[in-house]
Design a protein around this ligand. Sequence first.
Ligand code: OFO
Length: 173
Amino acid sequence: MINKNVEKAINVQIKKEDYSSRLYLQMASWCEVNGLGGAANFLYAQAEEEREHMLKFVHYLNDRGGFAKMMELEQPPFEFKNVIDIFEQVMKHEEYITASINEVYEVTLNEKDYTTGSFLQWFINEQIEEESTMRTILDKINLVGKDKAGYFHIDKELEAMAAARPETNTAAE
Ligand code: OFO
């Protein structure tokens, strides 16, 4: 049976992954209606990936004798200035998620639940990758320039990045 404090921490993380998915879905929707098809495709796929993260936690918790609970989610923001604003917010959010995964890891150490600690390694590595991807996108945005031509260029880049993703691509048609 999984330790109660670890179970609680994982349920909080499930909520955060669920929220991440909805946040990116909302951002994708904004991009789609604002002529940013590439960014939309990238973010739709990212939303799907976050849902997969959530499910990984759900199955793990239930398999270990715990009980995954779906909690109420707050409404994600739906007004954005532009694509830079969006990716700056994504970066911030991913940093928050990294800190949050580290907190769950700390609970597993305190409770001497090394099995869950080892399960969390996958997420720790995933966060390194996600933060690095978002940093690359922000660097590219800074390189191409923060004007209409720059936005157009970055949208093409994001389109290519979305197409190159190995995961399920649930991009809009
Ligand atoms: Fe963005 O990553 Fe989930 O965990």
